[in-house]
Write a protein that binds this ligand. Sequence first.
Ligand SMILES: Cc1cc2nc3c(=O)[nH]c(=O)nc-3n(C[C@H](O)[C@H](O)[C@H](O)COP(=O)(O)OP(=O)(O)OC[C@H]3O[C@@H](n4cnc5c(N)ncnc54)[C@H](O)[C@@H]3O)c2cc1C
Length: 291
Amino acid sequence: MIPPEFEYYAPHSVDEAVSLLRRFDGEAKVLAGGHSLIPLMKLRLAQPRALVDINRIPNLAYIREEGGHLKIGAITRTGELLDSPLLRKSYPILTDAAQEIADPLVRNLGTVGGNVCHGDPGNDLPACMLALGAEVVAEGPKGPRTLAVSDFYRDTFVTALEPTEIVVEVRIPKVRPHQGNAYHKIEKRAGDFAMAGAAANLILDGSGRVESAGVALTGVGPTAILARPVAGALVGQAPDPSRLAHAAGLAESVAEPSTDLRGPIEYKRAMASVLTRRVLERALARAKGGG
Ligand SMILES: Cc1cc2nc3c(=O)[nH]c(=O)nc-3n(C[C@H](O)[C@H](O)[C@H](O)COP(=O)(O)OP(=O)(O)OC[C@H]3O[C@@H](n4cnc5c(N)ncnc54)[C@H](O)[C@@H]3O)c2cc1C
């Protein structure tokens, strides 16, 4: 369980970090919390020539609303999501997810940027970011660019990020009136990755119908999955229990689970719908001011 030899750099600016990534031409990796990367290196499933540790770059850890967005700095620890009164009140889906990520040891070091960038279909934040319609801001040799999270996940551990780019921020559209969201997963043991998970974000119009919906799944495919048919079955509709049940049932059709130690295909597929229904109900209650 000893990783192969690597060079280690701890730059003090994003520009310096990008130059280092460029110098190693795709053979260096960003090190954030290290709670996914280091285990992969120990198993020799990742063998980067160098690690570029971004923990000493100032001003990359924050949670704030600004200019129509909730902005979260890339090295904000997942534990800080749990501690934020702003998130608990206005973006409770992130509090729900943070609560279900591993344990305090992992949450104290693991970062929001790392959780989003790792591309593990079992990570909890990607589905939340998909449901919320988030974007990531990346800095690279050509300057900054913004990518929709809905275009970010290409395959397991494969994202749209270039190897010379660093995610510096995750941006979420600022909360609106009559908006509610929720995340829930089931796990084999407390603190484990999801057997299946679901995220939902609902915005209601003045008459109580669904104006906008985002629904996404964890752990039931090669990446986190945006469940577009579920959202499509809700928009413009009155969110009564039968409508929620019908929409949640469609989650099974977008899930692409595989059998593994966390459970068989049929169980995970069924859980995609069960969990989707639960998070839709909770998101609706929150949109109405409860939950
Ligand atoms: C025992 C255990 C249980 C866990 N359980 C869960 C769980 O239930 N749910 C869950 O979601 N996660 C879980 N995790 C994973 C944990 O949340 C990790 O912290 C997270 O997946 C990665 O974040 P990190 O900051 O540690 O990233 P790192 O491990 O440092 O990096 C992960 C990957 O992302 C890249 N990367 C990191 N930051 C950036 C950036 N800013 N820009 C570009 N690339 C970047 C790295 O190069 C690397 O490829 C668990 C981990 C452990 C060890």
